[in-house]
Design a protein around this ligand. Structure first.
Ligand SMILES: *[C@@H]1O[C@H](CO)[C@@H](O)[C@H](O)[C@H]1NC(C)=O
Ligand SMILES: *[C@@H]1O[C@H](CO)[C@@H](O)[C@H](O)[C@H]1NC(C)=O
Ligand SMILES: *[C@@H]1O[C@H](CO)[C@@H](O)[C@H](O)[C@H]1NC(C)=O
Length: 386
């Protein structure tokens, strides 16, 4: 195994130290609880960018604790702009980290990954933030790139914090807010309604329809009713299937064990080959709570034509050079019981080139930068088979 790969593996073994602190086993004596179900056919609307999302029964502590968001610069890319982010006012793993570091480390590699992917066939493609939480990664990308950002977050509490940040971004950078589309939805395998259970003290660990206790030592917050839709229905509705789906340069998929359901509901888009690069969390315990497993998830990804590479755990995107020397991660091997991230590169497929050509001839969002990384991408060909 090349040295770069060993380095990445070594980094991976320290993965999620902070999260692990929150993940002590406690006896499972939780009484199953359900939120009053939403009507599965209930209408939902894309967020209209004019007012913060409303929490039906806000807690007294629900308010913004504002801090600056300063995404770290990415070598070879233009420097990011700084912004403000609305954090939970109570103890929270992710919010406390942002208060300390002024960004969330899990978002730090996304601008480089997007640039790598968008430098080629997926030029101008979307950044999808599936499981946006308080919007830390969507904000990070709006401030660090010119990517069109499409975010999915179903929980009313998270939506309040995320939309408060997005509105403030719009005051100073209307152009950035204009690149955002926010769906108040969970991405799943069918149309339904469900409940969202957030771990007390770590709302980033919000689980759909289940209350696994291992990583929620302080129990769960009150269940929130949510709407679940398939990505196929939302991004490529049947009425629009005369044209191919829009290219997705990068999808961040981190939904605390719901990943297999989410992938099942995006089969049509996956088969069209328009998703070029996925950063996904493999969280075996959470996946098992949802009837899947880490290995099953990895095998689903390779069956859809992706090559898997372990992501470094330090939040720094490896250079394309390091990636090209990095061994592929075998889908039949669970790297660790603790959560870890994979980069999934799409191998070339003829239908992909067709759809890319179709979109290349349409109008692009104004000002999408053509990152000068083509030579780097060529060197990556060992990894993603382009
Ligand atoms: C936007 O949505 C809010 C409620 O979420 C509503 O009060 C407001 O009237 C809407 N604004 C527009 C322009 O549709
Ligand atoms: C953003 O904030 C950081 C840290 O305070 C600072 O170093 C950087 O220059 C700021 N960037 C801009 C564009 O103002
Ligand atoms: C799911 O709901 C959408 C509307 O949100 C509808 O257009 C679509 O046909 C539904 N799909 C299924 C499989 O019921």
């Amino acid at each position: 195994m090349p040295l770069a790969a060993l380095t990445l593996l070594a980094l991976c073994c320290n993965a999620s130290d902070t999260r692990r602190l929150f993940r002590k086993r406690v006896a499972s004596d939780a009484v199953p609880e359900r939120a009053a179900p939403l009507d599965a056919e209930r209408e939902w609307k894309v967020w209209n960018s004019t007012a913060p999302a409303v929490i039906p029964h806000p807690a007294a502590s629900t308010r913004c604790r504002w801090t600056t968001l300063t995404p770290p610069p990415t070598p070879t890319l233009p420097p990011p702009t700084n912004g403000s982010i609305c954090l939970r006012a109570t103890d929270d793993l992710l919010c406390d980290a942002i208060l300390r570091d002024h960004y969330w480390s899990e978002c730090a590699d996304l601008p480089a990954l997007y640039a790598l992917s968008a430098s080629g066939a997926a030029s101008g493609g979307l950044f999808l933030d599936v499981g946006a939480n308080i919007g830390a990664c969507s904000m990070h990308m709006l401030l660090s790139s010119e990517a069109p950002v499409v975010a999915f977050e179903p929980g009313a509490n998270n939506l309040f914090y995320a939309t408060s940040s997005f509105l403030r971004l719009g005051e100073s950078l209307p152009e950035a807010l204009g690149r955002l589309t926010l769906y108040p939805l969970a991405v799943g395998s069918s149309n339904s309604s469900s409940s969202l259970f957030s771990a007390i003290g770590n709302a980033g660990h919000s689980v759909i329809g289940q209350q696994p206790t291992l990583y929620a030592p302080r129990g769960h917050e009150k269940a929130q009713p949510i709407i679940v839709r398939t990505l196929d229905d939302v991004l490529w509705p049947r009425s629009e299937r005369a044209r191919p789906p829009q290219p997705i340069a990068l999808m961040k998929l981190d939904v605390e064990g719901y990943e297999c359901h989410a992938l099942r509901g995006m089969k049509e888009i996956l088969q069209k080959g328009v998703i070029h690069l996925i950063k996904i969390e493999v969280f075996d315990y959470g996946l098992r709570a949802q009837g899947c497993s880490g290995i099953e998830l990895q095998q689903t990804l390779t069956a859809h034509g992706f090559t898997l590479v372990l992501a470094p755990a330090d939040g720094n995107a490896p250079s394309p050079d390091a990636l090209s020397r990095h061994a592929q991660h075998p889908p039949t091997v669970l790297h660790s019981a603790a959560p870890y991230n994979l980069y999934c590169f799409r191998s070339s497929a003829s239908n992909q080139h067709q759809t890319d050509r179709w979109w290349a001839n349409r109008d692009r969002p104004a000002g999408v930068r053509q990152w000068a990384m083509r030579d780097r991408r060529r060197r990556l060909s060992g990894v993603n088979g382009i």
